[in-house]
Design a protein around this ligand. Structure first.
Ligand SMILES: [Zn+2]
Length: 272
């Protein structure tokens, strides 16, 4: 197990001149299912609102309504929707990237990892977190020093230099999967989600760190398998995705190798 003190330096001014741009990414679901929950356990109305209003009117008039069931989905733990399309919130993607960097980059503090609710044996076996690692609390006057990951992705009172969009399902299929008597809405194998990150004021090593956090551990061609969403530590049929770049920064591979050279990150195999 890797135990090292948190490595801190003065935070980078957020308006510093540096590399800036947009990276378009996509990921494919490579396991049978992916579920990222919205927190809602509910039915979805499958027909348009006017149809439903008509249905209610008919009902109030005492008329028989054919096939009411067709208006509703099953009761299920739903995924997040944006204009009828399934999305993975940007905050979820950021949490994924951040937790990987916290666990891979020597000397980073644990913001996401420290509060991880997963106490599963599988989680511990894969990620092997340092049980004694703390999380930095940034204060511009009293504690202006932060770890490399907080410097990149922010801390309370310190803005992130990277912003993460929602990832929208652009092709694939939504289905239901029953776990312990309850249905979960899932995206099935081969589904594709597309999103982007916007970054500014980075140096080449930090851009490499960002890419590494998405699982591009050697080069920019394709990421390693990343675990995402529910049941990823409980069932191999769930939660495995692989990222690829739709647009990549110039010298993409060099950024990654520069980062790897400078930080010697821990390579974590998530394919348990
Ligand atoms: Zn930190």
């Amino acid at each position: 197990m890797q135990r090292s003190p948190i490595r801190r330096s003065d935070y980078t001014p957020r308006d510093k001149k540096g590399l800036e741009g947009v990276i378009e990414l996509q990921f494919a679901v490579v396991s049978d299912y992916l579920h990222v929950g919205s927190g809602k356990y509910d039915v979805e109305i499958m027909k348009s609102v006017s149809d439903v209003r008509q249905l209610v009117d008919e009902y109030l008039k005492g008329n028989k309504i054919p096939n009411v069931a067709q208006y509703f989905s099953r009761v299920a733990f739903l995924m997040v929707k944006e204009k009828d399309r399934v999305v993975i919130p940007g905050s979820t993607i950021k949490g994924m990237v951040r937790s990987r960097l916290e666990l891979s980059v020597p000397g980073s503090c644990y913001i996401v990892t420290g509060q991880a609710t997963s106490s599963s044996a599988t989680y511990k076996r894969i990620f092997n977190p340092d049980p004694n690692r703390g999380s930095d609390r940034f204060d511009v006057d009293k504690f202006p020093q932060v770890c490399p990951v907080c410097d990149l992705l922010g801390n309370t009172g310190l803005a992130s230099r990277v912003s993460f969009s929602d990832f929208v399902m652009t092709s694939g299929k939504v289905d239901y999967f029953n776990v312990m008597g309850r249905d979960y809405e899932v995206a099935t194998k081969g589904s594709i989600f597309t999103g982007r990150v916007v970054y500014k004021s980075l140096n080449s090593v930090e851009l490499g760190m960002l890419l590494y956090g998405f699982g591009f551990i050697r080069d920019c061609s394709s990421s390693k398998v990343m675990l995402l969403g529910r049941f990823k530590f409980a069932d191999r049929k769930f939660g495995r995705v692989r990222f690829s770049l739709k647009t990549s920064p110039t010298e993409c591979n060099k950024y990654i190798s520069d980062f790897v050279k400078q930080f010697n990150p821990r390579n974590i195999n998530e394919e348990w």
